[in-house]
Write a protein that binds this ligand. Structure first.
Ligand code: PLP
Length: 380
């Protein structure tokens, strides 16, 4: 990029010009809150990619190969987020590489395409809309026996929602075994489960035919990118059902060279970074906030680290509103409208929840001070 252009763009404060306020992110990786900040290596790769043309499929092939090797899986592709991966992964299981079938999705009735996707009742969730985009019907099961009986010649795939592993009766390992026994492709949505780092290949090694991760959450790739990992034939079919191919269900889910290189650079950084040191830093930030509010009357603090999904310290604060005369909702509003603005984790109305992994260096101190000021003013 010409130096003059860099200087000119750096001088502009676009958010200010537009009247859109940035905030300190003590919330987490929420799409609505723009999720994560791209890793600097990702930004550099993204910018590099923006300056030259390449043949898109050549880059898709090369990046896919590189990602597969970094992540110890058979094959990989960059998708438009985990939700995009759910669409094109399902299309791969339904239409394969059959050009006529690829064109027909989502009108799959009467075509010979398999149209059923097995899912545990307790694994139904908002993101399963992405799978339904392909025209399939979900067949809900609860027990292993029901799942065995549900497998038939019309079964295209079985979908597993990783974060609900402990909720459903059929756990990941058994789910894979049943799928293998009946020759049904299995797909695990582990979008927010990229910690610890070994999780990136854990479920492929377990035997899931497809696994997806969100690229723009903890992985800090482009927010509009994701990963689809798995069996080489299915990844090839998913590519066939994707952009740049027109007349496919995936055409509207395109990624360009910037997302491809950005995602690759983010993964390179992610697999070699010191995750233990980073976790310690999150704990340090959490402790900072705890220390700063510890003298607030009636304050109750708990810290939890979810076993699955966003495995990072979450701080929960509660207080007696007869001693600290402010509601959680009012605190959230004050944090949001303050300067700088701060967003916290959406939660139940009776507790203030924060986490610290999306804060930038020095910001935890600001969050700690603001939370203390607000609670202290209300307890006077
Ligand atoms: C965030 C999320 C998705 C969607 O991921 P995107 O990368 O935003 O498309 C899908 N499934 C689960 C379980 C998620 O947490």
């Amino acid at each position: 990029m010409p130096a003059a252009l860099t200087a000119a763009t750096a001088k502009r404060d676009y958010f200010k010009e537009l009247g859109v306020r940035p905030f300190l992110n003590a919330a987490g990786t929420y799409t609505m809150l723009t999720a994560s900040l791209m890793h600097p290596d990702c930004v550099a790769a993204y910018e590099y990619a923006s300056r030259q043309f390449v043949r898109l499929n050549d880059l898709h092939d090369a990046v896919g190969k590189k990602l597969a090797s970094l992540l110890h899986v058979d094959a990989a592709m960059v998708t438009s987020g985990a939700a995009g991966a759910l669409v094109v992964g399902t299309a791969a299981c339904v239409a394969g590489k059959n050009p006529e079938w690829i064109r027909r999705i989502p009108d799959i009735a009467g075509t010979g395409m398999k149209s059923e996707v097995i899912i545990q009742k307790s694994h139904r969730y908002g993101y399963d809309h992405a799978v339904r985009n392909c025209g399939i019907k979900f067949v809900e099961v609860e027990t292993a026996g029901e799942m065995e009986r549900a497998c038939n010649a019309n079964t295209a795939m079985a979908l597993f929602f990783n974060a609900n592993n402990n909720v459903g009766q059929i756990k990941d390992q058994q789910f894979v075994e049943i799928c293998k026994k009946h020759g049904v492709p299995s797909f695990n949505d582990a979008a927010a489960d990229a910690l610890p780092v070994e999780n990136l290949w854990k479920w492929s090694k377990m035997g899931f035919d497809l696994v997806t991760f969100s690229g723009g959450k903890g992985l800090r790739g482009p927010q509009s990118a994701g990963l689809l990992l798995g069996r080489a034939d299915l990844i090839e079919a998913a590519r066939a059902n994707s952009s740049p191919n027109g007349d496919t269900i995936g055409r509207g889910l395109k990624v360009n060279k910037e997302e491809l290189l950005g995602m690759m650079a983010a993964i390179e950084a992610y697999v070699k970074m010191d995750h233990a040191a980073e976790f310690k830093e999150w704990e340090k930030r959490c402790k900072l906030v705890q220390d700063s509010v510890s003298s607030i009357p009636s304050i109750q603090m708990t810290v939890d680290v979810p076993e699955i999904a966003n495995r990072t310290p979450h701080l929960h604060l509660k207080w007696d509103t007869s001693k600290v005369k402010i509601t959680v909702r009012e605190v959230i509003e004050k944090l949001r409208s303050g300067d700088p603005a701060i967003e916290v984790t959406p939660s139940r109305p009776d507790e203030l929840v924060m986490n610290f992994w999306m804060l930038q260096p020095g910001e935890a101190q600001v969050v700690a001070k603001r939370v203390r000021e607000i609670l202290k003013a209300a307890s006077a």
